[in-house]
Design a protein around this ligand. Structure first.
Ligand code: NAG
Ligand code: NAG
Ligand code: NAG
Ligand code: NAG
Ligand code: NAG
Ligand code: NAG
Length: 528
């Protein structure tokens, strides 16, 4: 974090030919109101003693002010090429400047942004939702919320009646929704012309169903906007999405390929299975849930409990069970030893499927997607410049990967590595795990859903993008160099949809012949 912030300040100073102090003020002004003051004052003091001509890079500054340190027996982790005099000497010299500056007394206590008064409450909220994977503001306890972020309706369809547990998206209509919209799909009341409830007329034979994602952050939609750290592009507008990003855990489920429903403001465009299912049958309005986890399938089983589906009352659902990467991805130095084994994969997936069978209404569908071949990342990115390296052409993804590994915070040591043998080994394991999933779909059957497997469609996505004139590296998140980005998500939605439509059309249900009439009577059905 320190290296990141100091880099941005230094590069802003260089780009605008200003002092570090002026650059800091500039950055401060870019940040939306309530986040700036306390947070920035600290950095202001921390950086004050340094001048650009001191030529101290961010690695050196962060060690000098002791926000970064080298643990005994561990290597000195650095992002930038070391200064000529060597890292240790540079840090010693910079430390002398710090010692003489007298303004740094408070820095030692500054280890977490959550310690800052304006952020304490927000951090508490975020800890709550990360722990429980449930919306923070769910007033009636039905797991659906009328609040957007903090695991609210950006994550599962908006609750149209906060205060009643029997009203939520995805349920079958209560008494054909004559009195009120019990399933929040925006369709209710009685047609005055013939006295038939609209919900019965438009939706009774429509095979309505919802879409539920069980995924990992790797397959999902983690994104840090590159304009937050690219000095040359930074402006007043750059940080306008910071509050939403903070309260959505830096995820953007509302733009994602499975459950996205708002126009993307982070590049690319939005396309999702939910939007397509909704277009096919407008009775499915708002019926989506994104229940994702980070970490591996081993830790996965408990999080599936935050699924909200009532076997007796609700419509069937299409569950996309997306493993994608985290079963082979971890930041441990002995990364291979921490990868999920085929045996663990088998037993955990079976347990999850058994649980789903106990929750999903009859007639549901579960689609398992295989792990991606993450060698794509290194192959596409290693020699390209990271957003932090663009100004001075000094930080490539290879350096970023090795910095993250060194800090033991790499999201995937196996693939984000210069060691080709290791990258190959990781892909081998990923393939074995995909095969376990494939095998399960042929050997197991469940009473309440049918089960399918598809490979993660990375190649198809890249093909489609090439057809549009794009290049493969543009499909990866630029800041973390790991996650698929908005373009991948949107193209992936279209690729998956077409495959399902071609091979298992019954999963999607039929086209609702009343769509036009629903639109005429209910317009945007209350929006999302
Ligand atoms: C940067 O600013 C300094 C001092 O204000 C000035 O002497 C110098 O010419 C400027 N350099 C550029 C490239 O504008
Ligand atoms: C679902 O939620 C996860 C985090 O739990 C998030 O990373 C992602 O943006 C969402 N993914 C999709 C496909 O909706
Ligand atoms: C998204 O953009 C399209 C085209 O620009 C527009 O027609 C549509 O209403 C927008 N949707 C939302 C949810 O804003
Ligand atoms: C890694 O795998 C690729 C593709 O299968 C192969 O061409 C290459 O020789 C392998 N490299 C090592 C070091 O095993
Ligand atoms: C590369 O990775 C393999 C597999 O983990 C390991 O055995 C080997 O020692 C590594 N090579 C280097 C140069 O680190
Ligand atoms: C890789 C990652 O972010 N792992 C985190 C997943 O969530 C658990 C707790 O829910 C954390 O302890 C891990 O650090």
């Amino acid at each position: 974090g320190c290296v990141l912030v100091v880099s941005v300040i230094e590069q802003l100073a260089m780009f605008h030919n200003s002092t570090a102090k002026e650059a800091l003020e500039r950055l401060c002004n870019y940040l939306p109101g309530k986040y700036q003051i306390h947070y920035m004052l600290c950095w202001y003091h921390a950086l004050f003693p340094f001048r650009l001509k001191d030529k101290v890079n961010a690695d050196v500054v962060c060690h000098a002010i002791k926000l970064c340190n080298q643990n005994a027996g561990q290597p000195f982790c650095h992002l930038y090429p070391p200064p000529e005099m060597g890292l240790n000497k540079a840090v010693r010299e910079a430390s002398r400047i710090v010692k003489n500056s007298k303004v740094l007394k408070n820095i030692a206590g500054f280890t977490s942004i959550c310690a800052f008064p304006p952020l304490v409450k927000l951090c508490e909220k975020i800890k709550y939702i990360i722990k429980n994977k449930l919306p923070y503001e769910d007033l009636d306890g039905d797991k659906f919320s009328a609040f957007p972020t903090l695991r609210g309706y950006h994550w599962r369809g908006r609750d149209c009646n906060e205060g009643t547990t029997t009203v939520y998206p995805g349920r079958r209509p209560d008494n054909w929704d004559v009195e009120r919209d019990s399933n929040c799909n925006g369709i209710w009341g009685v047609d005055p012309k013939d006295g038939i409830p609209y919900e019965k007329k438009f939706c009774e034979d429509a095979e309505s169903k919802g879409i539920i994602l069980l995924g990992d952050s790797a397959g999902a939609h983690f994104h840090i906007p590159p304009e937050w750290m690219t000095a040359a592009q930074m402006s007043l507008k750059s940080f306008s999405n910071l509050p939403v990003a903070l309260t959505n855990e830096f995820d953007w489920p509302h733009f994602s390929g499975i459950t996205g429903f708002l126009n993307s403001t982070i590049g690319g465009w939005t396309d999702s299975l939910y939007l397509r299912l909704h277009r096919r049958n407008r009775c499915n309005h708002r019926d989506f849930q994104n229940i994702s986890k980070n970490g591996t399938v081993i830790s996965f089983f408990p999080t599936v409990f935050s699924l909200a589906r009532n076997q007796l009352l609700d419509n069937p659902a299409i569950v996309i069970y997306a493993s994608i990467g985290n079963d082979v991805c971890n930041g441990k130095p002995d990364t291979v030893a921490h990868m999920t084994t085929p045996q663990q994969m088998h037993s955990n997936v079976i347990k999850t499927l058994q649980y789903l069978n106990s929750q999903l209404p009859k007639g549901s569908h579960v689609i398992l997607t295989g792990l991606a071949d993450g060698r794509f990342l290194w192959d596409q990115l290693h020699s390209r410049y990271h957003p932090l390296g663009q100004l001075n052409k000094d930080v490539t993804y290879e350096q970023v990967y090795s910095f993250l590994s060194c800090l033991q915070i790499s999201p995937c040591n196996g693939w984000m590595s210069s060691n080709e043998t290791l990258r190959n080994l990781t892909s081998e394991r990923a393939l074995q795990l995909s095969n376990v999933l494939k095998e399960i779909t042929t050997s197991e059957t469940f009473a309440n859903f049918d089960l399918f497997y598809m490979d993660f469609p990375l190649e198809k996505i890249a093909d489609e993008w090439h057809k549009l004139g794009g290049e493969s590296w543009q499909l990866i998140e630029p800041v973390d160099g790991f996650h698929p980005n908005q373009i991948s998500a949107a193209l992936g939605a279209s690729v998956i949809w077409q495959k399902v439509l071609r091979e298992w059309p019954h999963v999607l249900g039929k086209e609702n012949p009343f769509n036009k009439q629903i639109e005429d009577v209910f317009k945007d059905q209350g929006g999302h």
